[in-house]
Design a protein around this ligand. Structure first.
Ligand code: NAI
Ligand code: MG
Length: 399
């Protein structure tokens, strides 16, 4: 096997800790790789005025696969104040390096698996008949379009002439907003293209087919948002009929879906949605399987095969400087499993998932979130596992 090079981007705060522990776990699982470090995050914003330096982009361009911890973001004014004195008053404006990565590499496919582990005390439970308690097994994988829609960045406040006049050609705009002074209008667009809508749909259907899921659910709002959601659902119908007749196609509205997922989450398999609704529905499912300590994501460009893997959680600054780190590394380890799948190391990924599952089911080693404690430095004294102890327990199962 030729040794791979992985770009590791620890970023800020707990991103550094969970990434280091995960690399230790990957090594124990037998994954051989060289890691090169990519600079990203707050430190580079403050020192260089750029949280995503060009050298990091070049590294990803070269090696294609990146494991990313988390970054810290702050509001515009605060960000400007934290620049080193030499960079103050240069008119630098902070923008998210994650969004920057997605846009630069066209990482249009975002996949967020949400699977419950047996024995996780954070699993969703509900009341069944005759006062029974049910704990449904959840296995949902959300495919979120990652570059278009409401996060496409095409927006205006007090829109310029060309935009305003174009809007005024729409009868609904004239009727609903025609009397509103222009400076009181803000517009964010929701643009879907056929190319990228088809790509996210096909990624979802192919994943369902390859991994034995019986349904794909389009989770949008086609009855109200007719053009974009409507287009996505119509295209899904065509694609399903032509190429995936063995997979059921379901259609839910995002609002109803958020209710259904607390009633019958076990009924859903692969779910596909645009950018905003995909973000919402994946957080909803993540809450059912244990929340931020368990939620992972993969962002991929199927053409160039560039992919960035990251946990859903952020840098959790309040836990970053603990002498003994207490945060749960499982989200980052799950993220690494998605990377292994992507590069064709499926057996290794399964082995690692099995080790995680065994530790959770055994229930002897649990981080503070799994013990429903509030995160304080003394949780380890009180019986919670540290980040490192959780990683050690998983490594012990691998050996
Ligand atoms: P966060 O995800 O960093 O933390 C929220 C809370 O979730 C924490 O205080 C902690 O209680 C819990 N938590 C997070 N990760 C955990 C883990 N691995 N194990 C156990 N508990 C965990 O979100 P927050 O506080 O809203 O944002 C903090 C910073 O992170 C901000 O600067 C924000 O902009 C940034 N952020 C970055 C993201 C990324 O890099 N992808 C995503 C979300 C936020
Ligand atoms: Mg989110």
């Amino acid at each position: 096997m030729t040794k791979r090079t992985i770009v590791k981007m620890p970023g800020d705060g707990i991103g550094k800790v969970v990434l280091d522990e995960t690399i230790r776990v990957l090594e124990a699982a037998g994954f051989e790789a060289d890691y090169v470090e990519g600079d990203i995050g707050w430190e580079f914003w403050c020192k260089e005025g750029n949280p995503l330096p060009q050298r990091t982009i070049d590294l990803i361009e070269k090696h294609k696969i990146a494991l990313f911890g988390a970054i810290t973001s702050k509001p515009k004014d605060e960000a400007a104040n934290e620049l080193i004195p030499e960079l103050q008053d240069k008119g630098l404006v902070y923008s998210s390096p994650i969004v920057g990565l997605r846009q630069h590499f066209g990482l249009d496919i975002c996949m967020r698996p949400c699977r419950s582990y047996t024995g996780n005390p954070l699993n969703f439970i509900r009341r069944g008949p005759n006062d029974t308690i049910e704990e449904p097994k959840i296995d949902a994988v959300i495919f979120r379009q990652n570059t278009e829609g409401l996060y496409g960045g095409v927006e205006w406040s007090n829109p310029p002439d060309t935009v305003y006049h174009a809007l005024m050609t729409h009868p609904r705009f004239v009727k609903n907003f025609g009397e509103t002074p222009r400076e009181e209008i803000s517009v964010s667009t929701r643009i879907f293209t056929k190319k990228y809508t088809e790509r996210i749909l096909r990624a979802a259907f192919n994943y369902a087919k390859d991994n034995g899921y019986k349904s794909v659910t389009v989770c949008e709002k086609p009855n109200v948002i007719r053009e974009t959601s409507g287009m996505m659902y119509k295209m899904a119908q065509v694609i399903q009929k032509a190429d995936f007749p063995e997979i059921d196609l379901w259609n839910t509205n995002i609002d109803a879906q958020m209710m259904w997922l607390t009633k019958n989450p076990e009924d859903y398999g692969v779910i596909v949605a645009g950018n905003m609704f995909g973000d919402i529905v994946s957080d909803g499912f993540a809450g059912l399987i244990g929340g931020l300590g368990f939620a992972s994501s993969a962002q991929m460009n199927p053409e160039s095969r560039v992919a960035v893997f990251e946990p859903t959680h952020g840098s959790a600054p309040k836990y970053a400087d603990y002498d003994v780190s207490i945060v749960n590394p499982i989200a980052m380890i799950e993220t690494a499993c998605a990377m292994l799948d992507f590069i064709g190391e499926k057996e290794m990924a399964e082995k690692l998932r099995k080790a995680v599952a065994e530790v959770i089911e055994e229930g002897k080693v649990r981080t503070y979130d799994m013990m429903k404690m509030s995160g304080r430095p003394d949780v380890v004294e009180k019986g919670a596992a540290s980040t490192q102890q959780m990683a050690d327990a998983i490594i012990a199962k691998l050996n």
